[in-house]
Write a protein that binds this ligand. Sequence first.
Ligand SMILES: Nc1ncnc2c1ncn2[C@@H]1O[C@H](COP(=O)(O)OP(=O)(O)OP(=O)(O)O)[C@@H](O)[C@H]1O
Length: 453
Amino acid sequence: MTKDAWGRVREQLITRIGKNNYTTWIEPIRLASLEGEVARFEVPTTFFGDWVSRNFGDHIISHLSAGDSAVSRLEFFVPARTRAPAGEVAKKPAPRAVARSRASDEELPGATLDARFTFDSFVVGKPNELAHAAARRVAEGGPVTFNPLFLYGGVGLGKTHLMHAIAHELQARQPELRVLYLSAEQFMYRFVQALRDKQIMDFKEMFRSVDVLMVDDVQFIAGKDSTQEEFFHTFNALIDQNKQIVISADRAPGEIKDLEERIKSRLQCGLVVDLHPTDYELRLGILQQKAEFYRTQYKGLQIAHGVLEFLAHRITTNVRVLEGALTRLFAFASLVGREITLDLAQDCLADILRASDRKLTIEEIQRKVAEHYNVRLSDLIGPKRLRTIARPRQVAMYLAKHLTPRSLPEIGRRFGGRDHTTIMHGIRKIEELMAIDSQLSDDLQLLRRLLQG
Ligand SMILES: Nc1ncnc2c1ncn2[C@@H]1O[C@H](COP(=O)(O)OP(=O)(O)OP(=O)(O)O)[C@@H](O)[C@H]1O
């Protein structure tokens, strides 16, 4: 077997794994060497190599081993020139570079896009429908209707997925657009590097030349004064030029501590949308979609009725954990060659299921109560004493005491640094009112039900 024979193997792989998989995963890799039983491949990113190894490694080995050579191991490496600089690990590395060039072919210093994060693979449900609709609107291009689009929500709820989907869609519709997606951490890294290399003007020019800027996890720059300052100027310059900006964070602009007020107010100028925690239907929808994908990967693997429903019911933390559970389940079942049954799921996922046993946080309670009474989360936590806010606040304090193991001083800290005696007073007030106010006790029942799933 010579390196030339790799060409023949590639052709065989097309029929074996399908054209789509071939184009996405095999075409971009290069056989660098074939020594003894080891074949070494050059890949664009580490993630890419892992994926190819996990999903197509066996096929590659069996095709490479046909004839007179016996390949038993594959190695994947990222050539030095494409490796991300130290300290700049893209949050979700992936096969396609986001940075698209104009005629000049000049590269933008963006993070890589995950090819799997598209609108097609995003499952829409009640908790994320508004965020999805807004993202779709931005992805259509055309006149900017809201700027910036600010997406926020807890861990693993699909913010990055939606941002990548916007970038993919924009690139497909308008390949000439300069779309730059990067994390706030990368923004800071670039900025510091530009300062160090005395290339700050190039930095400014480059960021001001994009058509669409997307910055993920903006809370990262809170408290980092010079980076905030630079971000603010970049932001203003792009808004002034009517260029679209999309930002994500783990909380609403007003709630990001140590973020300058002027930035907060700028971020609030456009459309601020929340990705709510998943509900049962959304989790089931996501599981069904992923299971469909795995069924094609692991041909012949059966999944018993009720397993997905069981997982959707039990794993409520976030979508990343849910996906991880399903991946592990399919891999395990295919290894042991068994159907995926409820028993198998319980055995194989015992640790995940244990960890997912509902642990309610004070923040979840505050969000739910604020939503229920239609008040702002920042007001619920803040100092306002208006009855319309004070009462929901006391309800949230009461629920925090009854539904979490937190102590009164801990609860006080989460309610804007209030003293534990204030919390105690709030809880007592609700206990007294519940006995005479049926509306309030109905509210509490409903909230308990919603929060405890
Ligand atoms: N509605 C959805 N449909 C399909 N997949 C989803 C959905 N929401 C999240 N996911 C998947 O869950 C995983 C985590 O999502 P993502 O990375 O976008 O979360 P995030 O909100 O950016 O979280 P973090 O704050 O941790 O960065 C991804 O693999 C993503 O594809």
